[in-house]
Design a protein around this ligand. Structure first.
Ligand SMILES: C[S@@+](CC[C@H](N)C(=O)[O-])C[C@H]1O[C@@H](n2cnc3c(N)ncnc32)[C@H](O)[C@@H]1O
Length: 243
């Protein structure tokens, strides 16, 4: 993986990620399909699919996520899934992705450990956090980790009030166009040769010692385990809650 930087934007941060992840910094546009660009927008990823090139950049202050955050109070299904509480909860997000769900948890005053297995997705999110942490104070309650979440959970000395799982499900054909972010996540994982083994991930977490596990599922998907305690249903997805 290469990071394309105009020399005027070269700084300690991009040099540090190049060393940490063994990504090469280049000063000329690469001819490959996937590479990072580092400029005034921070870190972006070029993704080519079917002859179109897409630029992926995470920004917590604008776009779909900015909009979700502004109305975090109305994220009633996620709030219902967490349950009524006046206390700040410790939440373990085992499938961090683009961090949209965790940003809602954080904005509600909770503390989050969020783990993402993909280096590329992790870096895009880490950079977005770095760019907005002065404007979004609750980001201080986030611990973002690049690893396999099961390993981190099993070796953690902390205890968590909630484990949150939002695995990647096959997208029904009629929703493919609407699933832009999920499609991008899929092609990133493919480019990193990461297998999508979500059923195994759910199974493994179900066998851990959790207080409360929230599993996001497509609305019409079968219940996976019989010990489900309750469900919170939205338009296209639902939260299955295990206690
Ligand atoms: C559907 S996305 C999650 C979207 C996320 N909830 C959001 O709001 O942006 C699933 C993510 O979980 C990650 N993932 C899957 N298995 C994982 C594991 N064992 N450890 C860490 N991350 C994992 C995938 O790489 C992918 O980015």
């Amino acid at each position: 993986m290469q990071i394309y930087v105009d020399k005027i934007f070269l700084d300690n941060y991009v040099e540090e990620i190049s060393t940490r992840f063994n990504y090469e910094i280049v000063f000329e546009k690469p001819h490959t399909n996937n590479y990072f660009i580092y400029d005034t927008n921070g870190l972006s990823l070029t993704l080519r699919s079917n002859n179109t090139i897409k630029l992926m950049n995470i920004n917590f202050m604008s776009g779909k996520l900015g909009w979700r955050l502004k109305r975090a109070d109305h994220e009633s299904n996620l709030k219902k899934a967490l349950g009524k509480t006046k206390n700040s909860l410790k939440i373990f997000d085992a499938t961090a992705g683009l961090l949209s769900d965790s940003m809602i948890f954080l904005s509600l005053g909770h503390k989050v450990v969020a783990v993402e297995q993909s280096k590329i997705i992790y870096l895009l999110v880490e950079d977005a956090v770095k760019r907005s942490k002065n404007e979004i104070p609750f980001l201080k309650n986030l611990n973002l980790i690049n690893a396999n979440s099961l390993d981190i959970y099993k070796s953690s000395l902390e205890s968590f009030d909630v484990v949150y799982l939002d695995p990647m499900y096959p997208i029904p054909k009629k929703n493919i166009k609407k699933s832009g972010d999920l499609n991008s996540l899929r092609s990133i994982l493919e480019s990193e040769n990461i297998l999508i083994e979500e059923d195994a991930l759910i199974d493994s977490f179900m066998q851990t010692d959790y207080k409360k596990l929230i599993l996001k599922r497509p609305l019409k998907a079968k219940k996976l385990y019989s010990n489900i305690n309750y469900q919170v249903k939205g338009k296209s997805t639902r939260f299955d809650i295990y206690l």
